[in-house]
Design a protein around this ligand. Structure first.
Ligand code: ADP
Ligand code: ZN
Ligand code: ZN
Length: 838
């Protein structure tokens, strides 16, 4: 009944892992990183005598004419000889302290080095948002009684104006910005008041990243006063005793139906203490029935035995087919870690999409589970961060950036669906891969790392199959080759859509799929339909002249989206989200016959309504799951049997474990097969295998139907036969011929600019600088070339690709030097090990 977070509400920042020796020496200067775009390297500031700073603290410092956020890196006892003390400005404030655990700096530096970016850029992704840069500078009057003897008439008139504004305000405080807006020349007045000691300036972080406080009542001593207490007061003391001596004030008032005056009286008598305590904001969990560890299958048991026998850093590839029970292995691998007082970090592709997975962890570990991802509010992320720093044993489940979760006692890292491309950040810098960072992190803290997948990335597969005597050690290969309870993998039928068309079928559903869908309803079973695109159709084109409606900002066509709310028909760009009203006639030739081509999720649901009106469908894509909690709501609806069919995109392929789903249909595999990217086949294989794996996870056998215009494609054949290894061998051969990873490494230089000529010129110039260095440095240069979609969101994009051999050391270019060759309107991003070449 009462808030259980009370027990958590103790000071959280004790163990930050910052070197203790700093506390005893005297340091007068500090080197900081400043949070200001373009500011490179460390800057030195003086420490005012009354300010205690430790490495890792978040500070504010004057920088040029601004006040900016900064992070203390080193403390200095002496100034470098080339830096005269008069040139050194003072640190203004300490905003937050103790935000980084031990070994953390090494990790951040490693990320910055490898991904060719600044340490500050890495810190920006690692820290919860809102801590840097966005704090507000405020000023307040120094306590009025301290002002005796100061005569305001000595002040300049603008200083007097500022002063009287502040005096008129109840708390005597305003933001610097507000005063600047209200009084012209306020800066000068403010500085004068600061200098003369009328006011002080301080920094207030945004409300969301301040600890949230609540009044708590603690019983101290009551027995000595027992006789002198009124019955009302005794009642309060007894209530506190019953509840273990600690209650939130609001709960106590409610429980005893009393006023805060009565409680205050008890505080004055010394029986109780009323204190503000921090409470932690966390995403509201859903009540979950607890569960028990399952009896493992022999394969699971063997995998778990290997994992628990590991000590120190080691990598494991857990290659288990869909439904083989990988999650159960994770859960049982985590349990002993928690028992040893350590924490586990579980990284998943997109947490919002997998409420089921979090539920399974909560069912096993209860309140020890916390989630960390970008859909949390700033306050929630801030509090979760502090909760993680506390060092109590916990399980953090998070997306990509949670690889930086500041867990001081990390005992195990798990990367589920390790092949998933959302673990890689495309932009902005650092373009890091959470799997790579997780490897370094596991190595630094000396704990095991488990990579789990039904369709491991080719990189991971190759390294797990490689010789074991490499450094860092290659992953142990553990396999779960069959589903739990001897459930078979579902048979996969491939339908040639060309034949369907020849035989007169004009719908988007093959006859086999139609039969299967009809049977679903009859049998009361459920199905999933996968389609590559959301929206209604992929493009809108004129039947008379062939005109295609394009996005004005990007080189792609607009997709048609049907809206029920408005009577309008909308066209939307899937790259920049530009929307336009569907034109009534062709803008080119005025023909009224504008037709939709290709199909998206909306079109599929509409066609279903036409052909199979009895079937109840739910659409599951980024259009229908925009609001927080909508994934869970839709999946719950489906799991409860409120619909027969879930129609969706990529999201469907991830982590959905619904035993009643027997049918999986893929409307058109072709959208996946023919992308101009050397990883297209690998992704298509993964997506098709994962989506097929949603079928037949319960007692009823599953069935999968894949529709395609290329049934003979080697990916389709491999998926149909559930053959991972032969697929990988074929793919590896192709990559070898084309010399692509994993046979080598890539570095992609991405240039973009609103000016098409400037970006082209810059890309050419930089390629010309790099080209002559190829032989000597060891890399091979490709390009420059325009990106395959030249223009996105009004920016033109060019690329230069570097291929690096694996068998010899490569000297990478000096990125800062190259950047200095870019004019101000051209930006350059270095993407190391890029996943997306489009
Ligand atoms: P994967 O993550 O490999 O796709 P899951 O962990 O989702 O597989 O397991 C599939 C289903 O089998 C889940 O419903 C899970 O609860 C169940 N399961 C896993 N291990 C066992 C086991 N040892 N005994 C019984 N059921 C199990
Ligand atoms: Zn036309
Ligand atoms: Zn666009």
């Amino acid at each position: 009944m009462f808030d259980s977070s009370l027990s958590l509400a103790t000071p959280l920042l004790a163990e930050s892992g910052i070197n203790d020796s700093y506390r005893f020496a005297t340091f007068s200067w500090v080197e900081v990183l400043v949070d200001c775009p373009g500011a490179q390297g460390l800057f030195t500031y003086a420490l005012p005598p009354d300010l205690t700073v430790q490495p890792g603290d978040i500070l504010t410092v004057p920088f040029g004419a601004q006040q900016v956020g900064a992070i203390a890196i080193h403390l200095l006892a002496q100034l470098p000889p080339d830096l005269p003390p008069t040139q050194v400005r003072e640190v203004e404030e300490v905003v937050s302290t103790g935000f980084f655990p031990a070994t953390y700096w090494t990790l951040l530096n490693q990320v910055a080095d490898y991904y060719c970016t600044s340490l500050m850029a890495v810190i920006r992704v690692a820290l919860p948002p809102g801590l840097l840069g966005r704090s507000q500078r405020r000023v307040r009057l120094i306590e009025l009684k301290a002002l005796g003897g100061l005569d305001p008439s000595e002040l300049s008139s603008v200083a007097q104006q500022v002063l009287s504004r502040l005096q008129a305000q109840k708390q005597g405080s305003y933001t610097w910005q507000y005063l600047q807006q209200k009084i012209s020349g306020a800066d000068r007045g403010l500085r004068e008041l600061l200098k003369q000691g009328w006011i002080e300036s301080y920094l207030e972080p945004p409300a969301t990243v301040r600890p949230k406080l609540r009044q708590a009542v603690t019983l101290v001593a009551a027995s000595h006063l027992e006789g002198s207490l009124s019955p009302r007061q005794q009642e309060i003391i007894q209530a506190l005793q019953r509840e273990g001596g600690d209650l939130w004030l609001s709960d106590l008032l409610q429980l005893c139906r009393t006023s805060s005056g009565t409680v205050q009286t008890l505080a004055k008598k010394g029986c109780i203490v009323i204190q503000p305590r921090e409470i932690l904001r966390a995403e509201a969990g859903v009540a979950i029935a607890p569960d028990q560890p399952k009896d493992l299958t022999p394969d699971q048991a063997q995998a778990l035995a290997t994992i628990t026998s590991l000590s120190g850093f080691a990598q494991v590839l857990l290659h288990g087919v869909t439904g083989s029970g990988k999650t159960e292995v994770y859960l049982q691998a985590i349990a002993p870690v928690l028992q040893h007082g350590q924490s586990a970090l579980v990284l998943v592709p997109e947490i919002g999409l997998t409420p089921q997975l979090t539920d399974r962890f909560r069912a096993r570990f209860g309140s020890k589970v916390c989630v960390y991802h970008s859909a949390l509010s700033e306050g929630e992320r801030y509090d979760t961060w502090r909760q993680m720093l506390s060092g109590s044993p916990q399980v953090v489940i998070g997306t990509r950036s949670a690889v930086f979760a500041p867990l001081p006692q990390l005992g195990l890292i798990i990367l589920d669906e390790e092949h998933d491309s959302s673990f890689k950040q495309d932009q902005p810098a650092p373009c890091y891969h959470a799997r790579t960072v997780a490897q370094w992190r596991a190595e630094l803290v000396n704990c095991p790392l488990i990579l789990g997948s039904a369709t491991p990335s080719i990189e991971t597969w190759v390294s797990a199959k490689a010789k074991q005597d490499v450094n860092p050690p290659a992953p142990h290969y553990l396999s779960l080759p069959s589903r739990v309870r001897s459930r078979p993998l579902p048979p996969i039928e491939v339908v040639d859509m060309r034949q369907e068309f020849q035989q007169g079928n004009r719908t988007i559903f093959s006859r086999a799929l139609q039969v299967a869908l009809e049977r679903l309803r009859e049998r009361g079973q459920q199905g999933i339909l996968f389609i590559h695109r959301r929206g209604h159709s992929t493009f809108v084109s004129c039947r008379s002249c062939g005109y295609v409606v394009d996005c004005p900002n990007c080189d792609v066509s607009l997709s048609y989206h049907h809206t029920h709310a408005e009577a309008t028909q909308l066209l939307r760009c899937h790259y920049c989200n530009h929307t336009a009203i569907h034109p009534p006639q062709c803008p080119e030739c005025s023909s009224p016959y504008l037709k939709f081509f290709g199909s998206g999720t909306q079109r599929v649901t509409q066609e279903l309504a036409k052909h199979l009106p009895d079937l109840r469908c739910l659409r599951f894509d980024s259009d229908t799951t925009r609001t927080k909690g909508s994934h869970r709501a839709l999946l719950t609806q489906f799991a409860q049997g409120d619909a027969d069919l879930l129609v969706g995109t990529q999201m469907l392929t991830k982590g959905i474990d619904l035993p009643q789903v027997t049918l999986v249909g893929v409307i058109a595999a072709d959208g996946l097969l023919h992308l101009p990217d050397f990883r297209a086949s690998e992704r298509a294989f993964q997506t098709l295998t994962q989506v097929a794996g949603r079928a037949g996870r319960g007692d009823e056998p599953g069935q999968v139907i894949i529709q395609t215009y290329s049934p003979e494609h080697f990916v389709v054949e491999a998926v149909q036969r559930h053959e991972y290894e032969p697929f990988v061998s074929a793919e590896l051969l192709q990559r070898q011929t084309l010399r692509f990873p994993p046979h080598n490494r890539l570095v992609l230089l991405k240039f973009s600019s609103p000016d098409p000529l400037a970006v082209q010129k810059t890309a050419k110039r930089i390629a010309a600088v790099l080209a002559p260095q190829q032989a000597e440095s060891g890399y091979e240069l490709l390009g420059p070339a325009p990106a395959s979609i030249l223009r996105v969101a009004r920016r033109y994009r060019w690329q230069v690709l570097l291929k690096l051999p694996l068998d010899r050391a490569v000297e990478l270019p000096d990125w800062n030097e190259l950047r200095s060759l870019c004019p101000p309107n051209v930006s350059m991003t270095v993407d190391v090990d890029p996943l997306n070449l489009l």
